[in-house]
Ligand binder design. Structure first.
Ligand code: PAF
Length: 267
């Protein structure tokens, strides 16, 4: 695995490849990332993983500082997976140039997490736009746990006519049902049990009811042990409009806190 900290050196190297398949991460690698990387490795392209904890997408400094970082373990995982390239940029390397494309921010960015994390999606799109400019990947692998992020990146790519295909990957879950996330590293055993109960509760609701008032669910989820709920809403994943029913295309979207750890999921 070749490691690059400087975008120019990275660009010189990848210029001579048949194309790049890109998996962007903020480190704290888990089974979800590993699954994306394994899928990327199955393409005929070279796999490039980035690790960059992007300060611009954190609406709270405390959250940025406490975001799980474990570079030694991450490097070991990536080497074992035989990743071709790792890009480990500094803040300056990412933010000291003007990208060709302007960020396109679809109005869906104002809903769900966008309502509660001001500046989060502009920050995500800013960094992804820069990565696309530097790397020009043929394929970009992203997970459906961050559904809104995936949708917004897709809209940006279409609107700016960027020649990158997004490969949407299913959410990978722990054995207890909790969606894999770097933030899970900050949960203790008790919190993990609560997160698992919340997932199983939502799954049960989803298959038992065609509709239920989300406010009723809020109360139940607090009873199960969540400290705070930012939102629990139903959305149609085709139209990206709020929905009044629950089925394959109409999912429950949730963001809640266990202590001060914010978790999101869609079921
Ligand atoms: O999903 C993430 O880890 C981040 O939002 C991403 C896409 C790497 C951008 O910083």
């Amino acid at each position: 695995m070749k490691i690059f900290k400087d975008r120019k050196n990275l660009q010189n190297e990848i210029l001579n490849t048949k194309g790049i398949s890109f998996v962007p991460t903020m480190g704290g690698l888990h089974k979800g990332h590993i699954s994306l990387i394994k899928k990327s490795k199955k393409t005929k392209l070279k796999t490039l993983v980035s690790i960059f904890v992007n300060p611009k997408q954190f609406n709270e400094k405390k959250d940025f500082i406490s975001y799980p970082r474990n570079q030694k373990k991450d490097l070991k995982i990536l080497k074992n997976l035989k990743v071709d390239y790792l890009y480990l940029p500094s803040i300056k390397d990412i933010y000291s140039f003007k990208p060709k494309n302007k960020v396109f921010l679809d109005k869906f960015s104002k809903q769900l997490c966008g309502k509660y994390r001001k500046g989060h999606f502009p920050g995500v799109l800013n960094v992804v736009n820069r990565f696309l400019d530097i790397i020009k990947p043929k394929k970009l692998f992203m997970g459906k746990k961050d559904f809104q992020q995936l949708y917004l990146v897709k809209k940006h790519i279409i609107k700016r006519k960027i020649n990158t295909k997004i490969v949407e990957c299913e959410t990978i879950r722990e054995k207890n049902g909790v969606a894999c996330s770097s933030r899970n590293y900050r949960l203790n055993l008790k919190h993990k049990k609560v997160a698992s109960k919340i997932f199983h509760f939502l799954k049960k609701i989803k298959y038992k009811f065609n509709f239920i008032n989300p406010n009723l669910l809020k109360k139940e989820i607090i009873k199960l042990g969540a400290n705070k709920i930012d939102y629990i809403e139903f959305y149609n994943i085709r139209s990206f409009k709020r929905s009044k029913k629950l089925d394959k295309n109409n999912r429950i979207f949730i963001a809640y806190f266990l202590n001060n750890v914010r978790l999101i999921d869609n079921v």
